[in-house]
Design a protein around this ligand. Structure first.
Ligand code: HEC
Ligand code: HEC
Ligand code: HEC
Ligand code: HEC
Ligand code: HEC
Length: 256
């Protein structure tokens, strides 16, 4: 083999080792569902066992009117499907789905016939016919719901309420933007802006369970763990824009 070609092959091998690390194909992304199903869940911790169909829950329907904080802080829904102890009884007692101003039968349909099937239908795509109208009205993105939710909020095209009864106590204007340099020197760092998060979330949704409250102290903070549903992956795999969309997190990355 001529000397020059050998060098080229070695160079190609080296590049081959480095490049996939920063390209989409290297990581195992969950398959992308249709835009109208991204963030939709089927809840069946108790339903099927008790002879009714699983409950369909759509994040894109609900986040137009309520921030994550309302449900995941005030109403205490966990950010993991089928782990919250929701029952028909808690719903009817004014908790969970039946909270005041929610499915209480006054503000929105409640827990009585003929409405049972609106929740208990086992259909993850339930309500899909309303999606086209919504997505045509809101700014576009290239992943998840194909809706840029941050921009929708910023432009006042949606105005989800931030609380039902528990007003945020903390200063929700906290804007610190962090640069989280990766351990790999060839990778443009990830950024974490507080502002577009606290418009939706409470500090308690992230601190201290998901992240330490001191920069660069969260342990094992790497893509492989994020893609397993830890750290940023708690939300950015199934409700907020997905991990396949590198650019908002790594603004320095050229493609994507
Ligand atoms: C606003 C949505 C909603 C409506 C409307 C609703 N349910 Fe439910 N229901 C739920 C949720 C959420 C659960 C908990 C689901 C789970 O974990 O499997 C549940 C659970 C149940 C269960 C499982 C046993 C239990 O007590 O938790 C039964 C049975 C049930 N509902 C019957 C009904 C009937 C009958 C109606 C109509 C009269 C109805 N539901 C209306 C949301 C709803
Ligand atoms: C109207 C209430 C409501 C709103 C608003 C809401 N969620 Fe949820 N979310 C739920 C419920 C209910 C579940 C299922 C909980 C369970 O089954 O234990 C859930 C589950 C999740 C999960 C777990 C998904 C899975 O596949 O396991 C994540 C992540 C999540 N929500 C993030 C968010 C984020 C981020 C926002 C704001 C953009 C948000 N949620 C807004 C009610 C809500
Ligand atoms: C939701 C935000 C987010 C998205 C989307 C995202 N990353 Fe990351 N990425 C991070 C964070 C946070 C780190 C860890 C930074 C640190 O070490 O503190 C990271 C680290 C990395 C690293 C360094 C190695 C490692 O495992 O820590 C590489 C390479 C990387 N990302 C590539 C990508 C590529 C390619 C994409 C798109 C396909 C992507 N990332 C999408 C947040 C994200
Ligand atoms: C969506 C998740 C999320 C929310 C919500 C959130 N933070 Fe953070 N915060 C982070 C992350 C990620 C870090 C960096 C952790 C690390 O690098 O180990 C951080 C770091 C911090 C730091 C340390 C900054 C530094 O320079 O060391 C402070 C202080 C902080 N957050 C305060 C808050 C307050 C106050 C709120 C509510 C107003 C809040 N955070 C809401 C994710 C969040
Ligand atoms: C508790 C849920 C949650 C966690 C954890 C979380 N995010 Fe987010 N993030 C959101 C939501 C909700 C939005 C609003 C946009 C959306 O829903 O797609 C958002 C928006 C963003 C944006 C703004 C995009 C824009 O267009 O303005 C960036 C950048 C981002 N996240 C990066 C990160 C990084 C990096 C991490 C981990 C260090 C992280 N996020 C952790 C929920 C979360």
């Amino acid at each position: 083999m001529p000397h020059k070609a050998g060098k080229l092959i070695i160079l190609a091998c080296l590049l081959g080792m480095l490049l996939p690390a920063v390209s989409r194909g290297f990581w195992n992304f969950p398959p992308a569902p249709p835009a109208y199903e991204y963030g939709n869940l089927l809840i069946s911790r108790t339903s099927e066992k008790n002879g009714v169909k699983p409950v369909t829950f759509s994040h894109w329907v609900h986040r137009q009117r309520h921030t994550c904080r309302v449900c995941h802080f005030e109403l205490e829904f966990n950010m993991k499907a089928n782990t919250t102890e929701i029952t028909e009884k808690t719903n009817r007692a004014g908790l969970h789905c039946g909270a005041p101003t929610c499915h209480d039968g006054k503000s929105v349909f409640g827990h009585e016939e003929p409405h049972c099937k609106k929740c208990h239908n086992g259909d993850k795509a339930y309500g899909k016919e309303k999606f086209a109208e919504l997505s045509s009205r809101l700014p576009e993105s290239n992943s998840g719901n194909m809706i840029n939710w941050s921009a929708a909020l910023r432009k006042g095209l949606i105005s989800p309420v931030h609380y039902i009864s528990l007003k945020p106590k903390t200063d929700m204007n906290f804007k610190e933007k962090l640069t989280l340099e990766a351990e790999w020197s060839n990778v443009p760092p990830a950024v974490f802006p507080h502002k577009p998060h606290i418009q939706w979330l409470d500090c308690n949704n992230c601190h201290p369970d998901i992240f330490n409250i001191k920069k660069k102290t969260t342990k094992h903070f790497a893509m492989a763990r994020i893609l397993k549903g830890e750290f940023c992956g708690v939300c950015h795999l199934n409700v907020a824009f997905p991990m396949s969309n590198c650019k908002p997190c790594h603004p320095g990355m050229k493609s994507h």
